[in-house]
Design a protein around this ligand. Structure first.
Ligand code: 5GP
Length: 186
């Protein structure tokens, strides 16, 4: 195997919070729940680039329903670890949302500022329904209430990498999710 796992970059990591097996197991449970909730309806999954790439591909393949996908890119974090609260749309959707059953797929909700902005924006485009699935959520960091229907795991308020989540564009390809040693970003 040539993929990155926690052992390859072990010196950069502090704690592994979730292994790839735990993530896969949880994704399967969430996918089954979505299949049940949306029975008979087609779903448009809207992924938020780049972090949601892994969860989007795994979630989709774990589902039995017919799904379409589309992507948005918004700016939130630069190379740092603090939410700026500034949201800018870098890439818009290519599909019409009117009458569609939309689930926004996120990697992580931290302050909620990015998603809150995004939800208002998407709601204004007339979907039949609009829900959120996020792989990780930091309840302690919430600065704005966002109604999230599907959550993979609630995690403590620390900066994590792996499974699509980066630090300075690295570590996205780590299969596990881990905290970084402070020496990496200080
Ligand atoms: P929010 O607006 O909710 O504070 O931030 C959402 C975005 O910030 C996420 O989509 C993600 O890109 C980034 N982010 C928040 N927390 C973390 C974290 O612990 N690790 C990484 N790598 N990115 C994070």
């Amino acid at each position: 195997m040539t993929s990155v796992d926690a052992r390859d970059i072990a010196e950069d990591l502090e704690d592994v919070l979730f292994t790839s097996d735990q993530i896969a197991e949880r994704i399967a449970q969430v996918a089954a729940q979505i299949d049940q909730d949306y029975e008979g309806r087609e779903i448009l999954l809207v992924g938020v680039l780049n972090g949601a790439v892994m969860v989007m591909s795994d979630l989709q393949r774990a589902m039995r329903s017919h799904v379409q996908m589309d992507w948005m890119a918004v700016s939130s974090y630069g190379a740092g670890t603090q939410s700026s609260g500034v949201v800018r749309i870098l890439k818009d959707l290519s599909q019409d949302l009117k009458g569609r059953h939309v689930i926004v797929v996120e990697d992580i909700i931290d302050t909620g500022l990015t998603l809150s902005y995004l939800m208002n924006y998407l709601a204004s485009r007339g979907p039949a329904s609009l829900e959120i699935m996020t792989m990780f959520r930091k309840p302690e960091a919430a600065r704005i209430e966002v109604p999230v229907k599907y959550v993979g795991f609630d995690i403590p308020n620390s900066f994590v990498v792996g499974y699509g989540l980066d630090y300075a564009d690295r570590y996205r390809n780590l299969r596990d999710v881990a905290t970084l040693k402070p020496s990496i970003y200080s």
